[in-house]
Design a protein around this ligand. Structure first.
Ligand code: AMP
Length: 614
């Protein structure tokens, strides 16, 4: 292996990177640095994030800058504001000992005027997101005629984000006699056309095999039923007490929902997605960077460019729609030579996607075995013991209290004290997990039988995105599915999407979209039909609540995670639900109605006729 010096890196840069702790070049640097230090050398490099690519292109381009000429000489294009700032920061660090070298990040969402002012004063390196750069070009405030090196970082991401036209417009303004370097984690068709159009005999550098994932990342999947996904997520988080990771969700809505649930259940989590303002996103990212947050629930787009090197885990809460995105997700862990775990919590329907991803990363997933309650308790317990060993004792502050404490505990021997200290935490965990149902992992066969069973016995759980309700009218009241739909629509103003309907003799269940739950209850409860008041309430069998009333540790108390209230315990809140109502509510009234017509046609047709009794 060569040293940075042997690769040709000059003294001022060497000094800076040594201070940053770069002892020897990473493979991509060994390949790219000497080549880029030469003239007219185009490179296309297939490398994941975290492989050291910023220094690979950053060191040679900085070295080639003529600081006496205040003109843009290097242009770096990247997909996101975060990555833009990160690259600019890195370049500033590398050029710490090169006097007067100016790097300017230009990106959307910040004042264009101040970027224009800096450009007027003169800069050497422009790091830009394509949209904002094009805007500056259109305002004639930046001239790319003096550019000698163009770098496209995360080129596949830029294409995914729809920047192809902007990139073409930008590259058309750069003089043809320039070096061009393109970094990409994957090699979609669009990259090949850019290569053909703008690059001259590019040297192809592949770090690892083409499209192959990092070897130091373990890919594990858990196949669970849709309604168990969140429980599985919590088990995984509980099983790795020191987890520091990103939970990827597919939509903004799902991201917010999962983050809210985790926070409510006492986990140290927060959300990152496009509906947050830039300031909110910056705030969350900063909290995550400094590890004030352990689990960041994010969409793919929002997490792009997040520069965190020491993630222990990436969790895919379902696989991404675009299988290529998996490469980017998993690339957030196992960076800079560290190991990482990419966990996918998937549904049996996603099995095909796993095979596709395996083809892309050229690696097999491991099938994970969901940790049992016992495994989790053991893991958490030893983590606690570990913390007891490592805790820093403030000798001075505690000294005055110790005699009293010794006196109080002197009747206990050492073993007893240890058992008691540990039990403070252990009892709580055991309480959560001892009666919890184990999460059923599914394979295709069990999924099929689950589906059959669902058809025969009817599920007690709501479909994803829906809430299940109990209604105190059933078949013996003459209720049919279409009448139930009519009833809901008559009672509730506006349109309500109704999901599964499950009619029983004297009562029924129906589902409505989750967001509509409150409105449906508010509007239906209070109607009377032939003197019988409608009662609609959440069915207990909804989601996880019916299976396991203990989802995870409600963090807080003595737990290291902080956050959370000691009392919140997973999704299930209370055990009332329909059961209690059914026992108390139906027996008399339905029998009287057996022979009656379908009364809702009469009474609910006129909203004014409803009697609100409470
Ligand atoms: P990048 O792929 O450029 O985002 O780099 C990933 C991480 O590796 C960053 O934290 C870099 O600071 C770090 N890094 C890059 N090159 C080296 C090196 N030669 N030695 C140690 N760390 C490095």
């Amino acid at each position: 292996m060569k040293t940075f010096e042997e690769l040709g890196v000059a003294a001022p840069i060497l000094k800076a990177i040594q201070e940053m702790g770069y002892e020897s070049p990473m493979p991509v640097q060994e390949e790219v640095i000497p080549f880029l230090l030469g003239e007219d050398n185009d490179v296309i490099a297939l490398a994941q994030t975290g492989t050291g690519k910023t220094a690979a292109f950053g060191l040679p381009i900085l070295q080639k800058i003529d600081v006496t000429r205040y003109q843009p000489q290097a242009l770096i294009l990247c997909p996101t504001r975060e990555l833009c700032l990160q690259i600019a920061d890195d370049l500033n660090d590398y050029s710490k000992y090169i006097d007067n070298l100016k790097v300017l990040p230009v990106y959307g969402g910040s004042s264009i005027e101040s970027q224009i002012k800096t450009l007027k004063r003169g800069v050497h390196v422009v790091v830009a997101t394509p949209g904002r750069l094009l805007d500056l070009m259109n305002r004639k405030t930046v001239d790319l005629g003096t550019i000698k090196n163009v770098i496209m970082d995360e080129a596949d991401e830029m294409l995914n984000m729809g920047f192809t036209d902007s990139i073409n417009a930008i590259l058309a303004e750069v003089p043809p006699a320039r070096n061009m370097l393109l970094f990409s984690a994957t090699m979609p068709q669009g990259i090949a056309s850019i290569m053909k159009k703008y690059m001259k005999n590019p040297k192809e550098i592949v770090i690892g095999n083409k499209n192959e994932g990092n070897k130091n990342i373990k890919d594990i999947y858990y196949m669970v039923r849709a309604q168990d996904k969140y429980l599985a997520l919590k088990r995984i988080a509980d099983y790795y007490p020191n987890i520091y990771g990103i939970v990827f969700c597919r939509t903004r809505k799902e991201t917010q929902e999962i983050a809210d649930k985790l926070i409510q259940d006492g986990y140290n989590a927060d959300s990152l997605h496009g509906e947050l303002s830039q300031a909110q996103r910056d705030y969350v990212m900063q909290k995550f960077r400094v590890k004030n947050i352990q689990l960041l629930v994010a969409t793919d787009v929002a997490a792009r460019g997040l520069d965190v090197d020491d993630l222990t885990h990436v969790i895919n809460y379902g696989l991404p729609d675009e299988v290529e995105s998996y490469t980017h997700r998993r690339g957030r862990t196992g960076r800079a030579g560290k190991t990482g775990i990419s966990i996918s919590i998937c549904h049996v329907k996603e099995k095909g996607k796993i095979r596709l991803i395996e083809n892309i990363i050229k690696k097999k997933f491991e099938k994970g075995v969901m940790p049992s309650g016992h495994d989790i308790c053991e893991k958490q317990l030893f983590n606690l013991v570990d913390q007891i060993e490592k805790v820093k004792v403030d000798e001075e502050e505690i000294a005055t209290l110790m005699p009293q404490i010794y006196r109080k505990l002197e009747w206990l021997d050492k073993e007893d004290i240890i058992k008691r200290v540990v039990s403070l935490e252990f009892n709580r965990m055991i309480d959560y997990y001892k009666d919890a149902d184990e999460i059923q992992e599914v394979d295709e066969r069990s999924a099929r039988s689950e589906r059959t069973e669902r058809g025969e016995r009817r599920s007690h759980t709501a479909e994803e995105g829906f809430s299940r309700f109990f209604l105190n009218f059933g078949k013996t009241d003459g209720l049919y599915p279409n009448q139930l739909i009519e009833l809901v629509n008559k009672c509730v103003p506006g349109k309500v999407r109704i999901g599964k309907i499950d009619l029983r003799d004297s009562f029924s269940f129906f589902e409505v979209e989750e967001g509509e739950s409150q409105r449906v209850m508010d509007n239906m409860n209070g109607f009377e039909i032939d003197g019988k008041r409608i009662s609609v309430e959440p069915a207990q069998g909804k989601g996880e609540g019916s299976r396991s009333s203990r989802g995870g540790f409600g963090r807080g108390g003595g737990n290291s995670r902080g956050g959370g209230n000691g009392g919140s315990r997973g999704g299930y809140k209370g055990g009332g639900g329909y059961k209690g109502k059914r026992e108390g509510g139906f027996s008399g009234s339905t029998s009287d109605r057996r022979n009656s017509e379908k009364p809702w046609r009469r009474d609910t047709s006129d909203r004014n006729a409803r009697k609100k009794r409470y």
